[in-house]
Design a protein around this ligand. Structure first.
Ligand SMILES: [Zn+2]
Length: 399
């Protein structure tokens, strides 16, 4: 099972690598034909397609990791179960050990009793033998002497009975002791049999313990293998995420390039400009060489100054895009408009700006208000026109 997953993982990583090496798409800054725009759009679609594939791969790997995690968890639960079995087996072993040592103590005690019984029996036997020997040696003579020594008939009977009872006592005692010894022997045998049984049980349970320990060891090794698989897959997830992030960057760069292209696609169609300061009263300074009014030096004036009331509207001279709308100490509040085909108009010294960078405007849109910010001597609009990076006369475009 594990091997299969590993294989799937490998295949996935391989296919991931296959899709994750997007050819670096050339991002050209200019080039405004519709063919290149279409080409760019195709590239974006292709990049998005690749991103989709990566996302699918990522989700596959994540599913696999979750499967592995589940298997690992169930395996861990199994090991937990085995551990609890092991601990109950160990308890059983301890119980058996206790019983065996109890039994051994009893056997030891019984052995002592048996030794004592044997000693008593032997003593009785020895004493009996002495008495028998004595009577035998004395023979009838002893018996007769005893009988004749009797003080009376009754005494004689007593003495005869005494001799008889002596031998009867000896016999009885011997029998008694023999039986006792036999009983102890039986007890000892029973105990030994019981101990043997307990030992057998202990051996069986110890075998069970050994089996469980082997099983737990095997399962723990499997868990380690699962963990290693999960680690590998998590590495794959990281790589996928990295590739997707790179793909996102590629898509963003392509889209930016496309946008720039579409923007630079603005074309100046050659039409005449709208008058940018409709409330103007007079031209206060012409385009061309002049003495600068505040700096008092001969200087080229690169635009047309239109005297107009402060706050009166400044209009976009033509369709275009706001390249910059900002402030500088010389130009005051100013606006750069791009009309495409290298044509740019500039509006300076405004009191207020109504547009922001990037905004697309149409000819005649109100973009600012006349003012006297920056290096200026009074309310007026400085209107400049640039073509392909050079100032040109605004009159080329104004009626
Ligand atoms: Zn000026």
């Amino acid at each position: 099972m594990r091997k299969t997953w590993k294989l799937i993982g490998l295949v996935l990583v391989c296919s991931m690598l296959a899709v994750s090496v997007p050819e670096k798409m050339p991002v050209s800054a200019t080039g405004s034909t519709s063919a290149t725009i279409q080409q760019k759009k195709d590239e974006i679609n292709k990049a998005k397609e690749e991103r989709k594939k990566l996302q699918q791969g990522l989700s596959d790997v994540k599913k696999m990791v979750s499967k592995l995690e589940k298997s690992k968890t169930s395996l861990k639960n199994y090991v937990k179960e085995l551990d609890s079995q092991l601990s109950s087996v160990q308890t059983k072993i301890q119980e058996l050990k206790d019983l065996i040592s109890e039994k051994e103590e009893e056997i030891e005690q019984t052995k002592k009793e048996l030794e004592e019984a044997i000693a008593i029996e032997e003593k009785q036997y020895e004493e009996m033998k002495i008495r028998i020997k004595f009577m035998y040696e004395k023979g009838n003579h002893f018996y007769l002497d005893m009988m004749l020594g009797a003080s009376s008939f009754g005494d004689m009977l007593n003495k005869a009975q005494y001799v008889e009872s002596i031998s009867a006592y000896d016999r009885q005692k011997l029998e008694e002791f023999q039986l006792n010894r036999e009983l102890i022997e039986v007890c000892k045998q029973e105990l030994e049999e019981e101990e043997a049984m307990l030992q057998e049980a202990k051996t069986a349970v110890e075998q069970e313990q050994a089996n469980l320990e082997v099983l737990i060891d095997t399962k723990e090794k499997e868990i380690t293998a699962f963990e290693s698989d999960i680690k590998t897959q998590e590495q794959a997830i990281k790589e996928y995420e990295e590739y997707i992030r790179e793909q996102d960057e590629t898509i963003a760069a392509l889209e930016k390039a496309l946008k720039e292209m579409q923007n630079s696609n603005i074309k100046y169609d050659g039409g005449m400009f709208a008058w940018p300061a409709p409330s103007y009263t007079r031209i206060t300074s012409e385009y061309g060489w002049r003495i600068h009014p505040t700096l008092k030096v001969n200087k080229f004036h690169n635009g047309v100054d239109m005297g107009a009331p402060g706050g009166s509207p400044i209009l976009a001279a033509y369709d275009g895009e706001v390249v910059q709308a900002g402030y500088s100490s010389t130009m005051g509040n100013y606006i750069y408009l791009n009309h495409g085909s290298g044509l740019v108009t500039i509006y300076m010294h405004a009191s207020k700006l109504y547009v922001t960078k990037g905004q697309v405007v149409s000819k005649g849109d109100k973009i600012a208000a006349v003012g006297t910010t920056g290096r200026s001597t009074g309310n007026h609009l400085h209107f400049g026109v640039r073509l392909n990076g050079e100032y040109v006369s605004p009159w080329n475009y104004l009626k």
